[in-house]
Each structure stands twice: as C-alpha cells, then as structure tokens.
Write a protein of this length. Structure first.
Length: 335
C-alpha cells in the first residue's frame, strides 16, 4: 500500500504536461493561488480573535455589504498574484474595474485571474463556511501592451483553469484544468494542501436541493413548480448561503443548486465571471450540468461587462435535465 502524501505543488508539477499550452509560468501561478489561499485561511481561522469580523462600512459593486474579511481576502489575493510575475491582470468581484498588473522586468505574463475572494460573506461573522472562487484565462491582446477589457470579457468555455477554496471544518482547494477535478485538503500540521479527492465525479442525481426558499414567491412559475417537485420527492433542502459550500456538498452527494432570477434580481444575482463560469466549469468537469433558467449553457453565455449576472441552476446531470423539462413545460420560453 502506498501511503505517500501528494502535495498540491507535487501534483501541479506532475500534471503540468497534460495542460494545453502548459508552461512553468502556469504551474507557478497555480501554486501562487495555493499560497494566497493559505494566507486567507489563516486569517479566516483567527478572524474572531483579531477583530476583523463585521462590516467594513462600504458596499461592493452590486450593493452588498463588504465585510472586513472580504477586504482582507481581496487584498491578499491581489497582492500575491500581482507580485507573482505570472499575471498581467486581475478582476475581482470586490473591484469595479479590472486591475492591470505591471510585469517585472524581462517578463511578459500571459495570464488573467478572475476571482470572488470571499464568497458567502454574510456567513463570516457567524463562523459559517465561506469560500474563494477563481478562474484563469489567457490574455488575448499582445503581450507587450497593456491588458484591455476584452482580455477579461471571455466566455466560460475559454477558461484554462478554475477552482474554489472552501474554508469549512477543514480547508479544501478543488480545481480543474479541464482534465477532471481534484481536491486537496489543507493539513495544518505541515501547512500543505494534500491530495485527498482524486478525479471527483458528481453523482448523476442525489437527495439534496439548494435554493433560497425565502424568495419562492418571487421566482417564475416553472421554478416554483420544480421546487414543489423537489419537495414532493422529499428531497432535503440545504442552503448555506455560500455557493462554494452548497456546491461542494453536491459535488460529493449529488443534488441541485438554484439561484433563479427574482423580482429584485431580474437577471439573476450571481456574477458570471467571478462565480457562475468557474463553478460551472468545475461542475461540468465533474460530470454535472450548469444552465440558466432560460436553459442556456452557462459556459456559452457571451460576457458583455465585468459584473454581468445570470440566473443559474447547476448540479447533478439528471436533476438539471429534469429541471429543464419543467422549464419546457411551464416556462414563458415556450408560450
Ligand atoms: P457574495 O459573493 O457577495 O457573498 O454573494 C454570493 C452568494 C452566494 O455564495 C450565495 O449562494 C448567494 O450569494 C446567497 O445569496 P442570498 O442571500 O440572496 O440567498
Ligand atoms: Mg460571491
């Protein structure tokens, strides 16, 4: 029996050759994301002790309260990525505009990172799980000029890699480069992410549905009918309010996550670039599906602005297909 621990760094280097366009630069970038995750994890774990819980007093671009830990996580990720020498631009859910990165001398970094540095921020001050979501793209503009908005307005299908970090009872980093999904658990005693979940395959159906049932009356008819159906089947409702945590459960136990459009958010609440694309890429790589409530594949949606939002339904393939039948039967799309 081989009990050897495989660290994230070892795994990234070992699998480098299977990544299209692979380069040492891409490998170093992934490792840097792992480092930033460890720094944020350290602060998440001691947040209550050092008084960085609570609302920082500003609001983000979509009007939500910004928590102090959001600000910290955002700064740490930006700092780590900007000094890595592998990134030419960063777009964060917490920043209105993208951030161009000045490269070190003799370097022409190719990669763009998009991120939600701390997803589920309303959970912070009550010690409930939060997460980080990230995606990596290759720039489209020439590498000797500045990055442009078009470098960021790429579709989900253009992603080179995507991942999330779950700061839960243990801290996990789950990522894909388009060749399956692997998960790494942080071993605090050695300070390393260690391979714990190889080639994650999402069950094709499951017993969980995850939706903010409080908005039920604000959902379109077809979504209400589908949610009634989940309830009729005695599926278990679980809603943590951090998409990373809710999807993580579904990755292993199967189920469906829904954030439909509501009256307050007629075009959906979750951001394509920072949340929907990366999570959909991971879900698809694990064998699941991700659609809008109008049945478009999330990864195929054209992105017109950095903070564009979408409705989203994702999770176990058979359950998303069943949801699709409800939309086809009851949705305004076919009336
Ligand atoms: P955030 O990134 O500002 O924390 O918001 C995103 C989160 C998702 O993780 C979660 O699924 C959803 O917003 C919860 O929103 P709501 O409270 O409207 O259900
Ligand atoms: Mg978020």
């Amino acid at each position: 029996m081989n009990n050897k621990i495989e660290t994230l760094d070892e795994f990234i280097i070992k699998t480098q050759s299977s990544i299209p366009d692979s380069s040492g630069s891409f490998t170093r970038l992934l490792r840097n994301i792992g480092i930033a995750a460890k720094i944020v994890n350290r602060e998440v774990n001691k947040a209550g002790l050092v008084n960085i819980l609570g609302v920082a007093g500003s609001t983000n671009t979509t009007g939500d309260d910004v928590q102090k830990l959001d600000v910290f996580a955002n700064e740490k990720f930006i700092e780590t990525l900007a000094t890595s020498g592998e990134v030419c631009g960063i777009a964060s859910e917490e920043n209105q505009e993208f951030i161009p990165v000045t490269p070190p001398k003799n370097k022409k970094p190719q990669y763009i990172v998009v991120m939600d540095p701390l997803d589920g921020s309303s959970n912070i001050d009550v010690n409930v799980s939060v997460g980080t979501i990230f995606g990596i793209y290759k720039r489209k503009s020439p590498s000797d000029g500045p990055v442009t908005l078009d470098d960021f307005l790429q579709k989900g299908t253009d992603l080179l890699a995507a991942g999330y970090v779950l700061y839960g009872t243990s801290t996990l980093l789950v990522y894909t480069t388009g060749h399956g999904v692997n998960g790494f658990t942080l071993d605090p005693s050695i300070g390393e992410f260690c391979l714990s979940h190889r080639n994650i395959q999402m069950p094709v159906s499951g017993n969980y549905y995850s939706v903010n049932q409080g908005y039920y009356l604000k959902f379109d008819l077809e979504m209400r009918r589908y949610i009634d159906h989940c309830s009729d089947l005695n599926l278990r409702l679980r809603y943590i309010g951090s998409m990373v945590s809710d999807i993580h459960r579904i990755m292993f136990q199967g189920g469906i996550f829904l954030y439909p459009n509501t009256r307050k958010y007629p075009k959906g609440k979750l951001r394509l670039l920072y949340e929907c694309y990366p999570m959909s890429y991971i879900v698809e790589q694990a064998g699941g599906m991700a659609l809008t409530c109008k049945l478009e594949r999330i990864l195929d949606i054209e992105l017109k602005s950095l903070h564009q939002t979408s409705s989203i339904v994702m999770g176990s393939k058979n359950m998303v297909l069943e949801m699709k039948e409800f939309v086809e039967r009851y949705g305004a799309v076919n009336q």
